[in-house]
Design a protein around this ligand. Structure first.
Ligand code: HAM
Length: 421
């Protein structure tokens, strides 16, 4: 019986995988311009890491995390997000002894047991980064400017940056008190999940996907009014920095984000195209997390972009339509001797840095040329008895039909000609 892929996962193969590679290498290149080096952390961690890191009362941990026992009975989890694992690695490897800031980026698959829709999968990929050791709002502005550059270089235009501040632990406690007082008399207007949230984590009510549009939530007190002077100054300085960099933003006073570790800055990039799955990127500051996970008190911040959503967005904006440039040469052959020679030339050309292929399926010439036409080659040539004897062949430009005689034993100049196109 046929075995299908698990629900919520996607196979990625050519030509789509080429596009993934282009996006990932652009992200890696831009990260390195800003001083970020790549970190790779395990796909699974002790489940406790996410319970303590992301927050035991969040939807991610309560409803979406893949948790399993390994064969020795340890409780493990597939990572639902990247930050907790990177923070664990930062602490475990004593990275706080390095000169600050310590800047790390990642491009990794994440796992959440979610109701699947377009742009919402159970295995999805994040392009993210974390920056440790700087408290000032310039750092917040820096990672946002990195994203701006990334989006601009990909050509993504219809995007909106939303920012908010969730304050520090002290002003948050103040705010939670106000939120509790506000919702106390309105519990029957909230969904059953929100009634639970009221007990465990009332801020999550503001993030509810069911109640989100209700007036009762829209009119709830906002964090901004509970910020202390320092948190207020941090947020204002961030807005000034963004203005100085020429970055447009909108303050969203109700944004709380779905993870518990945030302090002060939170931000999201939303698209006007993908509808409810429109959050392409989310991030913010988490000044208490390193300490909460057993490390020193090191301020930190970061973001993660959903790569699938980014690609949906690019498709919606018509940015993936341009066809890959044709390149390389297909060396067709007639007869066994010519096939051997075609294989030899292909090997030499590849070693000279040219994409080249010869027939591997003992096909007739017509079938070989059909394959060449479908495989994005810019040139083709045919080797038969005459070509073997004269050691020359006609190199045909498959787009223009132009032909030119080449000496295929002079691989250097042959390769140069192909590389020049
Ligand atoms: P998050 O908002 O949970 O934040 O996820 C970040 C992004 O991952 C989302 O904006 C979305 O694009 C994508 N994403 C989330 N769930 C799915 C899904 N089921 N299918 C497809 N894409 C999805 C975090 O994960 C934080 N760790 C971000 C961060 C890093 N904050 C500080 N540092």
């Amino acid at each position: 019986m046929l075995i299908n892929s698990p629900k919520g996962t996607k196979d990625i193969f050519p030509p789509e995988s080429d596009m993934w590679r282009r996006i990932e290498s652009k992200f890696a290149k831009i990260c390195s311009l800003y001083g970020f080096g790549e970190i790779r952390v395990p796909v699974f961690e002790k489940a406790e890491l996410f319970q303590r890191g992301v927050g035991g009362t969040t939807d991610i941990v309560q409803k979406e995390m893949y948790v399993f026992e390994d064969r020795a009975g340890r409780k493990m989890s597939l990572r639902p997000e990247g930050t907790a694992g990177v923070v664990r690695a930062f602490i475990e490897h004593g990275m706080s002894s390095k000169p600050f800031p310590v800047k790390l980026f990642y491009m990794l698959p994440m796992y959440r047991y979610e109701n699947i829709q377009e742009g919402r999968q159970r295995e999805f990929r994040q392009l993210g980064l974390e920056s440790f050791g700087s408290e000032g709002p310039e750092s917040d502005a820096e990672i946002i400017s990195l994203l701006e550059q990334f989006f601009d270089e990909l050509g993504i235009r219809k995007r909106k940056l939303k920012i908010n501040s969730l304050g520090c632990r002290a002003c948050r406690a103040e705010y939670v008190k106000k939120i509790r007082e506000y919702f106390q008399g309105h519990l029957d207007e909230l969904c059953p999940d929100c009634r639970k949230r009221f007990e465990n984590n009332p801020l999550r009510i503001l993030d509810c996907k069911i109640d989100g549009e209700k007036e009762i939530i829209k009119n709830a007190p906002v964090m901004r009014d509970s910020l202390d002077d320092e948190c207020k100054a941090h947020f204002e300085a961030l807005m000034n920095s963004l203005e100085l960099l020429g970055i447009d933003y909108e303050v969203d006073l109700h944004m709380v984000r779905g993870l518990d570790y945030y302090t002060r800055t939170v931000f999201e990039y939303v698209s006007e195209n993908v509808g409810t799955q429109g959050t392409i990127c989310g991030g913010g500051r988490y000044n208490d997390l390193v300490n909460a996970l057993g490390g020193p008190a090191v301020p930190a911040l970061g973001f993660a972009l959903g790569a699938e959503r980014l690609i949906l967005e690019m498709r919606a904006q018509g940015l993936l339509d341009s066809e890959e440039k044709k390149n390389g040469v297909y060396i067709a052959s007639i007869g066994a001797e010519a096939a051997g020679e075609a294989g030899r030339i292909a090997y030499q050309l590849r070693r000279a840095g040219v994409r080249a292929e010869a027939d591997l399926c003992s096909r007739a010439l017509k079938a070989q040329m059909k394959y060449a036409g479908k495989s994005g080659f810019q040139f083709s040539m045919v080797l038969g008895d005459n070509e073997l004897e004269s050691k020359t062949a006609e190199l045909r430009n498959m787009e223009t039909g132009e032909k030119e005689k080449v000496d295929f034993f002079d691989v250097k100049s042959f390769a140069k000609k192909l590389n020049a196109n």
